[in-house]
Ligand binder design. Sequence first.
Ligand SMILES: NC(=O)c1ccc[n+]([C@@H]2O[C@H](COP(=O)([O-])OP(=O)(O)OC[C@H]3O[C@@H](n4cnc5c(N)ncnc54)[C@H](OP(=O)(O)O)[C@@H]3O)[C@@H](O)[C@H]2O)c1
Length: 441
Amino acid sequence: MITNDGAVGVGLAGFGTVGSGVWNTLARNGGLITERAGSAVKFEIHQIVVRDPDKPRAASVPTELFTTDWQSMVEHPLVEIVVELIGGTEEAFELVAASLGAGKPVVTGNKALLAERGEEVFALARRHQTPVYFEAAVAGGIPIIKAARESFIGNQIDLISGIINGTSNYILMRMTEAGLDYPTALKEAKELGYAEADETLDVNGWDAAHKAMLLGAIVHGFLIDPDEVYVRGIEYVRPLDICFAKDLGYVVKLLCIVRQHEDGSIEIRTQPSFIPKTNILASVNDVFNAVAIRGDGFGDALFYGRGAGQDPTASSVVSDLVDAGRSLREAPKGGNQGFLPYRKKGTLKPIDETETAYYVRFPVTDRPGVVADIASLLAKAGIGISGTHSSIVPDEPDAAFVDMVFLLHTCPFGTLKSALKAIEDLDCVTERPVVFRIETL
Ligand SMILES: NC(=O)c1ccc[n+]([C@@H]2O[C@H](COP(=O)([O-])OP(=O)(O)OC[C@H]3O[C@@H](n4cnc5c(N)ncnc54)[C@H](OP(=O)(O)O)[C@@H]3O)[C@@H](O)[C@H]2O)c1
């Protein structure tokens, strides 16, 4: 299967943002890559799969490389590695399955595919002894998969905390810095090209959750069922809570947490959270990503960089391509075989048992005794109060409604939920309380 000139044959599925970035990176730095990786590792792209072969393309690619027929690309005798960059979970799955079935290693940036259908994909990888590489699927240009899988292999990983969705991070930053409301900040993100036309997965937390699930799988060895993951997005974050956060010394970030508990269970969740202004993650702005990782040997490490975009993501795809190429040429009977889940099943900690401190805002009627009524129900549930705060402003001293904020000591989320149920029944509470976790990390 080796091509005439000894290059590793590649089939590229997808020539959009990332696919064309891969082409450009190989065109720009192919010589350098071969110098570094060894003469056996140079690449030749034999076919490129797209939806519309007639679409004008920015990169100058021989038109005969384009095809709409992914099956023929996978079966092409000169294609040894398949790069999947079409996205989605249906056709991409068929393509990946066919590649693995043909014994052709796969490089992908498709976090949705791996998070939603990882069980099937990795079963095929195992059955056909053919690796799947996916550095680009988590945090774009940041080499966190390789670090977690290889560099930190000698550590128990206690905690991963990450800001891994650039779109949400940009929107929350603009709400914080410019006081924009959510729809205005989203509109701005779209105009700047930071949010997709369909922003759903970015803002509802699932894009970040998919990445957190992959990180969890890498460091804890088992695939995580999406149905068991607690996910909340940023769509309901209100400027009022961002203002309160500021006043109280916090910033609101869409935060992913993957934490190992002493009983061996894994806590995994994604939600907008308060983090102290002094925490290093609080200064991650714009569309940047950051992943903080804590291990029993190395302590704390922080990875910061561009979590998306053409060149950063292509950088990760090309890194995987080099690993796959090296493995094919230099270590065909071993070497770097990508990731396979190494435990059958782990236990996720039920969300109601996870513990943090909380910020809770109660919209209430402004009458004497409100604070005492709420405080007594919190006390009855055994929840301590570390502070209170209210939205009464000097020029509106006679407002009929106010927002009362309670900062609560650490307790299980389930305990808080039960207490809030009782508090919601008080006649002074006019709307559902708004809850944010306070993360000390
Ligand atoms: N963009 C990023 O910054 C980024 C970062 C990390 C990971 N990723 C992941 O990388 C993957 C690709 O993202 P992208 O932003 O490059 O997407 P994109 O710009 O929308 O490009 C998708 C490409 O795939 C082709 N395509 C889509 N469906 C196809 C089908 N059914 N058959 C054949 N070709 C098909 C399209 O063809 P046409 O060109 O003809 O339309 C296009 O070339 C996704 O899984 C994404 O989650 C992206």
